[in-house]
Design a protein around this ligand. Structure first.
Ligand code: NAD
Length: 275
């Protein structure tokens, strides 16, 4: 059985990148899907390609009236909403002191307020249904701090907090709310130049798995939380980051990228010790 069979799902920012990959996976898993994005051409083209169970609707996540229209239209066409993935986001760089207030507020408006508006729009519907799953795409930057990302990190930490509150309030009504925390992923956001993944190895040296992530690796985590397989996950945060948030390396000490342990050599030593 497909994991989203008979489920009606909405993915924001579903027109490209991770959202588009998640849209493809949701369709493969049987969902009926509304791709919601500001990118009309890309979103419509993807919906056309994915077939009759996919449709596109223009949505600016920071606009409350847009959300109302999306939810009303989805209900009119499909009668229910089972899954919402709050994935749309923007990223800006700027050091504190040089980051204009307007930029800070715009990032929060899309990433955090957009997620709040999405949760708010589906809450009455899912709570009346007595079932639903909301997956909020946060980031590894919602689990720790990084220079130059004051606005983005604040928005992603905010999503994490919002997820916990929503999990408490909506959980009472059978609605699950969880967050996904991707590390660096090969999309326009983290790899705007489209550099081949292998060439990025040096940049991702401090990630335990030593590489950038692929959009499908995040999509699979989102699918899990969206589906009934995660029926007892509520308020959880799933890091899908190659270990980036697990800690940091003391460079040069054993077990770090600059002083990796040679297990072949150890094995030989062990053999000698016990020989
Ligand atoms: P992306 O830039 O390729 O895609 C973002 C999507 O959001 C685009 O389709 C864009 O049009 C849409 N969007 C932006 N503003 C919008 C708005 N106001 N209303 C509706 N849609 C809007 O980026 P991505 O890498 O696919 O990012 C997807 C999610 O994953 C985001 O939440 C991002 O913060 C998160 N994330 C990405 C990475 C990464 O390394 N790529 C890492 C951690 C978290």
């Amino acid at each position: 059985m497909q994991r989203l069979q008979n489920k009606i799902a909405i993915i924001t920012g579903g027109a490209r990148g991770m959202g588009a990959r998640t849209s493809r996976l949701f369709i493969e898993e049987g969902a009926t899907l509304v791709i919601a994005d500001v990118l009309e051409e890309e979103g419509q083209a993807l919906a056309d390609e994915l077939g009759p169970r996919a449709s596109f609707q223009r949505l600016d996540v920071s606009d409350e009236a847009n959300w109302q229209r999306l939810v009303d239209d989805t209900l009119a066409r499909h009668g229910r909403i089972d899954v919402l993935v709050n994935n749309a986001a923007v990223l800006t760089f700027g050091a504190i002191g040089a980051l204009p207030r307007e930029t800070f507020e715009r990032v929060l408006a899309v990433n955090l307020t957009g997620t709040f508006l999405g949760i708010s729009a589906v809450t009455p519907i899912m709570c009346r249904q007595g079932a639903g799953s909301i997956v909020n795409i946060s980031s590894v930057d919602g689990l720790r701090g990084v220079n130059a990302l004051a606005a983005y990190a604040a928005s992603k930490w905010g999503i994490r907090g919002l997820t916990k509150v929503a999990a408490l309030e909506l959980g009472l009504h059978g609605v699950r709310v969880n967050s996904v925390h991707p590390g660096g992923v090969d999309t326009l956001m983290s790899n705007p130049g489209g550099v081949p993944r292998e060439s990025l190895a040096d940049q991702y040296r401090m990630v335990p798995l030593q590489r950038i992530g692929a959009p499908e690796e995040i999509a699979r985590a989102t699918l899990f939380l969206a589906s009934d397989e995660a029926s007892y996950c509520n308020g959880s945060e799933l890091a899908v980051d190659g270990g980036m948030s697990a800690g940091f390396y003391y460079e040069g000490l054993p077990g770090s990228p600059t002083a990796p342990v040679s297990w072949d050599a150890n094995h030989e030593q062990g053999d000698q010790r016990h020989g």
